[in-house]
Design a binder for this molecule. Structure first.
Ligand SMILES: Nc1ncnc2c1ncn2[C@@H]1O[C@H](COP(=O)(O)OP(=O)(O)OP(=O)(O)O)[C@@H](O)[C@H]1O
Ligand SMILES: [Mg+2]
Length: 260
């Protein structure tokens, strides 16, 4: 009989667990000379597969830059990003483009759907671009999970903001990516629609084994995550883990302590 302890209920990182993304001594300096801005100033962090992480911090603290470097959208000035088993620093631009298409899911504040395509076609698009056969079962399952199966033939323009973001989430999940990056996914939504999107991000992690990294300014949104990272001036200054500390109240208090 196995004697290892059961997996902790709050999905805290377990040593030796598979890491979806590893950041090591990550630095990013924009520009050069007197006008140079240090956006990331030595970030070390591992994102365990199958967990939900929120990234918070004052405006300009480096949240988007961290996400862009981790997703292979921007090249760091120094340090390494390992996504799955791939060291992004060793990859060409072409390889990074394919990596983003095939192994990373993105959810943006303003949805980025294609207006001329139906809901179903938007969700399938990453698979079609990759020349992969759209899996009808997976498509049906994801559309049902996000509550839009009966809207599959509609265009994005016929949907509410919350519904559009649910399409974007299904699209981000269709390729079974190593990680889904979401930059302010609830920023353009009302509270109720935002809660639906957050519940679906949570369910993607709990039910589908997805890994989610979400940038947000909202402590109530961050409270859905397993772990909350707080950035200030390009540094990781605080890390909250576990159901007792990842509450909206505690998160708001720690943010306030940063002078956010
Ligand atoms: N392309 C760029 N050129 C020069 N400076 C940049 C560039 N992109 C970001 N920066 C600077 O890097 C720092 C971090 O920016 P970043 O966008 O990562 O912050 P953020 O935490 O996402 O902020 P916000 O909450 O406002 O979105 C800021 O000082 C910003 O002005
Ligand atoms: Mg930002």
């Amino acid at each position: 009989m196995k004697t290892t302890p059961p997996r902790p209920i709050d999905y805290r990182p377990v040593t030796g667990e598979h890491m979806a993304v590893r950041l090591c001594s990550l630095r990013k300096v924009h520009g050069r000379g007197a006008g140079a801005v240090t956006a990331l100033d030595g970030i070390d962090h591992d994102f365990p597969a199958g967990t939900f992480t929120a990234v918070m911090g004052p405006s300009g603290s480096g949240k988007s830059t961290l996400m862009h470097c981790a997703a292979g959208l921007e090249r760091p000035t120094a340090g390494t990003v390992v996504l799955g088993s791939r060291d992004l620093g060793t990859m060409s631009e072409r390889q990074l483009t394919l990596l983003r298409r095939d192994h990373v899911g993105f959810v943006f504040q303003d949805f980025h759907l294609i207006p001329a395509l139906s809901v179903a076609a938007n969700v399938e698009l990453p698979l079609r671009l990759a020349g992969r056969r759209p899996d009808a079962h997976r498509l049906d399952d994801l559309l049902s999970r996000v509550g839009l199966h009966d809207r599959r033939r509609h265009r994005p323009g016929q949907l509410s903001g919350g519904q559009r973001q649910r399409v974007a989430l299904a699209r981000a999940l269709i390729t079974r990516p190593e990680v889904v990056f979401a930059d302010e996914p609830t920023g353009a939504l009302d509270r109720a629609s935002g809660r639906e999107v957050l519940a679906l991000l949570r369910a993607a992690v709990d039910d589908l084994g997805a890994t989610v990294v979400m940038v947000t300014h909202d402590p109530q949104a961050a409270a859905w995550a397993d772990e909350v990272l707080l950035l200030a001036d390009g540094r990781l200054v605080d890390q909250l883990t576990g159901p007792d500390t990842t509450t909206a109240e505690t998160i708001a208090a720690r943010l306030a302590a940063l002078g956010a």
